[in-house]
Design a protein around this ligand. Structure first.
Ligand code: 13P
Ligand code: SF4
Length: 359
């Protein structure tokens, strides 16, 4: 494994801080206000044939609304699949920018709105297309595999797009075909894939500001207090945390594992938004958030993605009423980015068929 020498991490951190300083988080709503927003949004969605697709990290109110209005809550791969397959005229994507862009690329004929286009991701920010293209140009012999948490332009420059739920399987498949990999942008997920597969992989140097804050030292102390607890971790977490985990997986894979593992106490190393679904599906279990670095961490609220938190009922209603905050992707770029995305969806479908065949 090798990684690119980077002198830009400090400036990336600065860019992230600047975003966070500008970011406006939604205000808390009273129960009457919530009911009012829900009613108006549902009526508008029915009138406009719109569907809400939400990520597990978004506000529980948005997750509930998605589910009881015929929409969907899921991990990045499932969100992409649902958006692609559903027959809505308008998709409202509650999540972060790359999720909206993926939906638009896969469904160019649908109008894709977001509660706010300001919701981005530290991985996307830290992988600008000009620097990334240079990196690819320096290694033309490598297959370019990028994480879904990237811009449309970065996806368009890649051979494969993967999400955390399928990354190891795709890279294993490429390795079996004798390919060497260039990976971007998440160094922790990249090195996890590398350790799992043994593949020859060059890594971009970026990280998720939320997951990077989980610390193995604190986790050891927590495990000493809860010796029987299972540890479930998202692969964007640092290697020392992943080494301690009983299960490493995407948000959906974490939720499935929580239901499956015998332990009644579960320590979770991912964004706390996931606790809503965890508690819903495993009500008898106790969930504990894995320890983070604390107040000196880069993130505004540790284990809580500040961009996911920008999605609210208020901003969703506004975007739907005005059809504002529309995700637009240049058609030529979208056509290029569609290829590696479609490759991922096809791979995922083939894999599901195999799993069903084995059952
Ligand atoms: P999942 O694909 O596991 O939902 O992850 C998306 C993400 O941004 C995690 O930080
Ligand atoms: Fe990006 Fe991390 Fe937020 Fe996920 S949790 S959207 S990887 S910043």
């Amino acid at each position: 494994m090798a990684s690119i020498p980077t002198d830009t991490l400090a400036s990336d951190t600065e860019i992230v801080k600047n975003y966070l300083d500008r970011a406006e988080l939604p205000r808390a709503l009273g129960s009457d206000e919530v009911a009012g927003y829900r009613e108006q949004i549902k009526a508008l969605m029915a009138q406009k044939n719109a569907k809400l697709v939400a990520h597990y990290y978004t506000d529980a109110l948005l997750q509930e609304l998605a589910e009881d209005s015929g929409g969907f809550v899921g991990d990045s791969l499932e969100m992409a699949r649902f958006g692609h397959d559903c027959d809505a005229d308008i998709l409202v994507v509650a999540g972060v920018r790359f999720m909206g862009e993926t939906a638009k690329i896969l469904s160019p004929d649908k109008k894709v709105l977001m509660p706010t286009l300001e919701a981005t991701c530290s991985l996307d920010i830290a992988c600008p297309i000009d620097r990334f293209s240079e990196f690819c140009d320096q290694h033309p012999e490598r297959t370019v595999v990028v994480y879904a948490n990237t811009s449309a332009a970065v996806k368009a420059r890649s051979d494969w797009v993967v999400t955390s739920s399928i990354a190891v399987d795709v890279v294993e498949h490429l390795m079996d075909a004798g390919e060497k990999i260039l990976w971007a942008p998440d160094k922790h997920l990249g090195s996890y894939i590398q350790r799992k597969t043994g593949v020859d992989m060059l890594l971009w140097d970026a990280a998720c500001i939320v997951h990077e804050e989980f610390k193995a030292r604190g986790l050891q102390d927590m495990k000493a207090l809860h010796p029987n607890a299972a540890i479930l971790a998202h692969p964007e977490s640092p290697a020392a945390v992943l080494e301690m985990a009983d299960v490493v997986g995407s948000t959906t894979q974490i939720i499935k594992a929580a239901q499956r593992v015998p332990q009644s106490e579960i320590i979770v190393a991912t964004d706390q938004g996931i606790f809503h679904k965890l508690q819903q599906l495993a009500p008898d279990k106790t969930f504990i958030i894995a320890p983070t670095a604390g107040n000196d961490a880069t993130c505004r609220s540790c284990a809580n993605c500040p961009w996911m938190a920008m999605n609210s009922l208020e901003s969703m209603l506004l975007s739907l009423q005005q059809e504002s905050e529309e995700v637009l992707v240049d058609a030529e770029l979208a056509a290029k980015a569609m290829l590696p995305l479609q490759r991922m969806l096809n791979f995922a479908s083939a894999q599901q068929l195999q799993v069903k065949g084995k059952a």
